[in-house]
Ligand binder design. Structure first.
Ligand SMILES: Cc1cc2nc3c(=O)[nH]c(=O)nc-3n(C[C@H](O)[C@H](O)[C@H](O)COP(=O)(O)O)c2cc1C
Length: 161
């Protein structure tokens, strides 16, 4: 395993990539930097933040390297159902590890901020009790990064090294 390559918008995915690097000894690079540092077709693990269920940067990474597994970092809590949704939206044939990231409204800009605002407002309008937790996170933000969510991916990588 040559590298951990990641795409992070507000820093949650970057934190997971750095913890993963510490635990496995495999270097971590943001996608743009990895293009200079990691030779084509090398075996990598890719981590990306989730936007409308799509793992950002994964398609680009697949064109450049041999992606052995992918980690998805999103604001939805971890569940088998959510992992299945992300797996299907990204048409994944490689192992997927889902990690609960967070939301930092102060770091969101432009189109991302606007789109998230639209989703938040539509949830508020629907006014369903099951959306209460999500609405709270949309409004106040949240940080759910935990090493616990990396355990399976760490085990996967240590088996490959
Ligand atoms: C426009 C937009 C769309 C998002 N869509 C999803 C989504 O479909 N599923 C999800 O779990 N999280 C979604 N999120 C939340 C991000 O994936 C989450 O904030 C993630 O932790 C960001 O990671 P980063 O800090 O590395 O960029 C979305 C965020 C934004 C701004």
């Amino acid at each position: 395993m040559k590298a951990i390559v990641y795409e992070s918008n507000t820093g949650f995915t970057e934190r997971y990539a750095k913890i993963l690097s510490e635990k496995t000894g495999v270097p971590a690079y943001p996608l743009a930097e990895a293009k200079k540092q990691v030779a084509r077709d090398e075996e990598i693990v890719f981590l990306g933040w989730v936007f409308a269920n799509k793992i950002q940067g994964l398609d680009k990474a697949k064109k450049l390297w041999n992606v052995a597994a992918t980690g998805a970092v999103g604001m939805n809590p971890r569940s088998d159902e959510n992992t299945k949704i992300v797996r299907e939206a990204n048409k994944l044939e490689i192992p997927l590890f889902y990690m609960w990231g967070g939301l930092d409204n102060s770091k969101l800009k432009g189109i991302n901020k606007m789109m998230l605002g639209l989703v938040r407002d539509s949830l508020i309008k629907e006014n369903k009790p099951e959306y209460a937790d999500a609405i709270k996170v949309f409004k106040e933000g949240g940080d759910f990064v935990s090493e616990e969510y990396l355990q399976e991916l760490i085990a996967f990588m240590l088996m490959k090294i």
